[in-house]
Design a protein. Structure first.
Length: 185
């Protein structure tokens, strides 16, 4: 019976004009020699973070007529390649007793997946709306610290705000003029 089924299977292959090549077990590619595994996401422990403070990266906190941007960077300090995708979590802690903590809303921009090799750096921007120092206390937020959490992580970095100035207080607004953009944008 077995030989009859084998003959029918061979006949089916000949009729369709295709043949499957059999690979002996000894010639199969071992799993370790297969394509390298995709890098996994970066964890907080894999990264270091800070504010970009170079000339072009500094927000224009002294002007009050338009939005400006501050940049926060992540550098892969680990020995492995890892990926970042999405939005960081950013909570601003205010210097005034009335400020409290402001969790920044996300922009509508679409994130992209970025691969960071050892030593690679990527940043993201925070759009800010500065106000004059003479703005009433209740209408302004004076940044002191930023709690920055990498995407999909729970541990954060605590960064001291180095730029001075104050921001129009809109922490309860549905469309505030201060918000964050995804990693890489």
């Amino acid at each position: 019976m077995k030989s009859k089924l084998t003959a029918m299977a061979l006949a089916a292959i000949v009729v369709t004009g295709t043949a499957a090549a059999a690979t002996p077990a000894s010639a199969a590619t071992p799993a370790s020699a297969a394509a390298p595994a995709e890098p996994t996401r970066c964890h907080t422990a894999d990264l270091k973070a800070g504010f970009a403070t170079g000339g072009d990266a500094k927000p224009e906190m002294q002007q009050t007529e338009k939005q400006t941007q501050a940049y926060i960077w992540f550098t892969n300090k680990s020995e492995r390649t890892c990926t970042l995708s999405g939005f960081a979590g950013v909570d601003m802690v205010g210097a005034q007793t009335t400020d409290g903590t402001w969790s920044l809303m996300r922009s509508a921009q679409k994130p992209q997946k970025l691969t960071l090799e050892k030593g690679d750096t990527v940043d993201f921007s925070i759009t800010l709306l500065p106000v004059a120092a003479s703005t009433p206390r209740a209408e302004k937020f004076v940044p002191a610290k930023f709690l920055v959490t990498p995407p999909n992580e729970t541990d954060h970095f605590t960064l001291t705000w180095p730029f001075g100035g104050q921001i129009l207080k809109q922490d309860a607004a549905t469309r505030p003029a201060t918000y964050l953009n995804p990693i890489g944008l």
